[in-house]
Design a protein around this ligand. Structure first.
Ligand SMILES: [Zn+2]
Length: 256
């Protein structure tokens, strides 16, 4: 008997706060969320879990910034509050706290960093890739990951197999119907399994396109790298074993 056990992480929303988002480069509304690690047996929790980190998920870009729970004087239970209200009631001194990065972002948006050195430009362009590498590695760590396409395809494989087997059993006393039902079941199962393998093999590509690229686009619109800068940045990131760099193309990053 195989016993499936281990640890998993679940997310629990604590409330809305104001937080500095490194992708948007400004103070935004954030959904403060606990990341709770818990033990499970057959995916049924056996412990209440331990909070290992708080993240604030930006309402503009969706990126989760690691947050210090104790830096907020309170939380609000809804995102409808105006940003200034959230700042006043959750972290009134947030602009002073992030004065330096806010100033750097202001200069970046005003184009005052055009004279930055190549090393500084690299840091500006590479920064969001490093941030999003965390999300990529988290999503694909541990057990095999399937998205909605993979799960649907796997369900079809199982359904075809079960229904076909049931029909074969039903036609067991009719040699001709048994043969054709069995052959059809085998072919359909093989076909749907090939479709499943395709969706399984392309899970990373879809995750990157759906969850990574839109956030990168938002950040790169602010940093405004040239094609040449992006090409050299991607190559450098690949040599530094940043995994998402191997799943991205320049045209994809430039939105073409
Ligand atoms: Zn953001």
């Amino acid at each position: 008997m195989i016993i499936i056990y281990g640890t998993k992480i679940r997310k629990h929303s604590v409330g809305w706060v104001s937080e500095f988002c490194p992708i948007c480069g400004e103070i935004t509304k954030g959904n403060l969320t606990e990341l709770i690690v818990y033990d499970h047996v057959y995916f049924i929790p056996t412990t209440s879990g331990t909070v290992i980190e708080h993240r604030s998920y930006c309402d503009q870009c969706g990126f989760g910034t690691v947050s210090d729970r104790n830096s907020f004087i309170g939380t609000k239970n809804d995102r409808i509050y105006a940003l200034e209200d959230l700042i006043r009631e959750t972290c009134p001194d947030i602009r002073a706290k992030y004065a330096m990065p806010l100033k750097a972002e202001e200069n970046l948006k005003l184009g005052l960093t055009k004279t930055a050195s190549p090393a500084q430009r690299f840091e500006q362009i590479a920064h969001p890739f490093y941030l999003l590498e965390r999300d990529f590695r988290e999503f694909f760590s541990g057990e095999t990951k399937l998205d909605a396409y993979g799960n649907t395809a796997l369900s079809v494989v199982l359904l075809v197999g079960i229904l076909g087997s049931a029909l074969c059993f039903y036609f067991f006393n009719n040699a001709e119907l048994f043969f054709w039902t069995g052959t059809g079941t085998l072919l359909l199962t093989a076909l749907s399994f090939c479709v499943f393998l395709y969706f399984h093999a392309t899970t990373k590509r879809r995750f990157v396109a759906g969850a990574i690229v839109p956030i990168l686009h938002k950040r790169l619109r602010i940093v405004q790298p040239t094609r040449e800068e992006l090409e050299s940045c991607l190559e450098a990131l690949k040599s530094r074993r940043i995994q998402i760099a191997s799943h991205l193309t320049i045209d994809q990053l430039l939105g073409r």
